[in-house]
Design a protein around this ligand. Structure first.
Ligand SMILES: *Cc1c(COP(=O)(O)O)cnc(C)c1O
Length: 395
């Protein structure tokens, strides 16, 4: 087959399903008030939960470090890519989440791919929540382990899946806060289950870090789970920490093993050291960010109360991720477009990211928003959904 024919066919399939996506071009900072495709709007779809991504203090940390250490790390961590900025970042991350040691990766996707495939092999079992992040799913695929997917958030189903595994090591793998639903996994019950079934518990706290727990140490910290209960803890630095990158934290021995075996780390150029410096600043501000966290949680409560008052039914979520499930994907896209016409940028999430028939608006709140902006979004949502956007127009 000619490459052109293959590409044309694949794109035709995507178009036929109404699932072609395009990127908006953002001019300037990726902040609550921003310019997308040349138009000012309020951004309610970022993961910048503490409002740090556009903070000048982080910019200064980045440029100061770049002036001092340059831009490229020029090699893998295990060759000459590991800068003092990375080492300091790892120590600070370990202290933040209360683990012996942390290991930094360039992205969360790479971290999950590397960690899961380093821990499980062909003879092993990965027991996973049905709504786990794609990077955990792909890590399990890459490992070649047998996959056992249990119903979302269901401890009994997870127990059943664990009992049904044969010989080989078991990994129990879950997101803490689910990225498209905003709800939190029953972490304490799953930790007990993992212990009873001699499974290694892997938790991806990408959306909990900075948002929940003492000092923003995450959903795992909020659940009070230590290194014995959650021996493999993942976090990202591109969400609440406002920078980029990710890490895995655990006991020294576990982390040393991962450093020696995680292929997505070994065969990849280390993150630019200046990015590590910016992440250090973001982590410091997230740890000390009680006022930001309090403001964020007040906005979440305000949004939920306001939605209820307007007859909008939200999913169960106390996180900054507040999905409004609309069902039909064209309807979700039409509502999202109607909101944009009013100046509110809210992502319509549809298959394959979520299951067919559960297309939704994924509304995210950040500490960078203020009350008036949240109220404005609520009014726009109420108006758009009450008047009913014209479904046929967008079909
Ligand atoms: C965003 C995310 C990742 C990927 O992290 P990146 O640094 O963006 O690659 C991994 N896991 C979860 C749960 C996420 O939400």
């Amino acid at each position: 087959m000619r490459l052109n024919d293959f590409c044309r066919q694949r794109l035709a399939d995507i178009d036929a399903a109404g699932r072609r996506r395009r990127r908006r071009v953002i001019d300037g900072a990726h902040t609550p008030s921003m310019t997308a495709d040349g138009r000012r709007c309020l951004n309610f779809c970022s993961n910048d939960y503490l409002g740090l991504a556009g903070d000048p203090i982080l910019s200064h940390a980045l440029s100061e470090a770049a002036g001092r250490v340059g831009v490229g790390s020029a090699a893998s961590q295990l060759v000459t890519g590991h800068n003092a900025e990375h080492a300091a970042l790892e120590a600070e991350l370990a202290a933040w989440v209360g683990r012996e040691r942390a290991l930094v990766f360039s992205t969360g996707y790479a971290a999950n791919l590397g960690v899961v495939s380093a821990l499980a092999g062909k003879r092993d079992h990965v027991v996973a929540d049905a709504l786990n992040h794609a990077s955990l799913i792909d890590g399990a695929r890459l490992s070649g382990a047998r996959k056992h997917v249990y119903a979302h958030g269901n401890v009994d189903a997870a127990a059943h899946a664990l009992s049904s595994t044969g010989p080989g090591q078991r990994l129990l793998v879950t997101d803490s806060v689910f990225s498209m639903d905003g709800d939190t996994a029953p972490l304490a019950d799953l930790a007990d289950l993992a212990a009873r079934h001699d499974a290694w518990f892997v938790v991806d706290d990408a959306h909990g870090l900075g948002v929940f727990g003492p000092g923003g140490a995450g959903a795992v910290a909020q659940a009070g789970l230590n290194s014995a209960q959650v021996p493999i803890l993942l976090g990202t630095l591109g969400k609440a920490a406002g920078a980029a990158g990710a890490f895995v934290a655990g006991d020294d021995l576990t982390i040393e093993m991962l450093l020696q075996t995680a292929r997505s780390l070994i065969f990849s150029t280390a993150m630019p050291p200046a990015v590590a410096a910016a992440a250090r600043q973001g982590v410091a501000m997230a740890r000390a960010g009680e006022a930001r966290r309090a403001h964020l949680h007040a906005l979440i409560a305000r949004f939920r109360a306001g939605a209820t008052a307007r007859g909008l039914v939200l999913e169960q979520s106390d996180s900054p991720i507040q999905p409004l499930v609309l069902g039909d994907e064209r309807h979700a896209v039409a509502v999202s477009q109607a909101l944009l016409a009013r100046g509110y940028l809210v992502g319509a999430i549809r298959p394959p990211t979520v299951a067919p028939g559960t297309s939704r608006l994924r509304i995210t709140l950040t500490a960078g928003h203020d009350e008036a902006q949240v109220d404005g979004l609520l009014d726009a949502l109420g108006a758009v959904i009450r008047t009913g956007v014209d479904r046929s127009a967008s079909a």
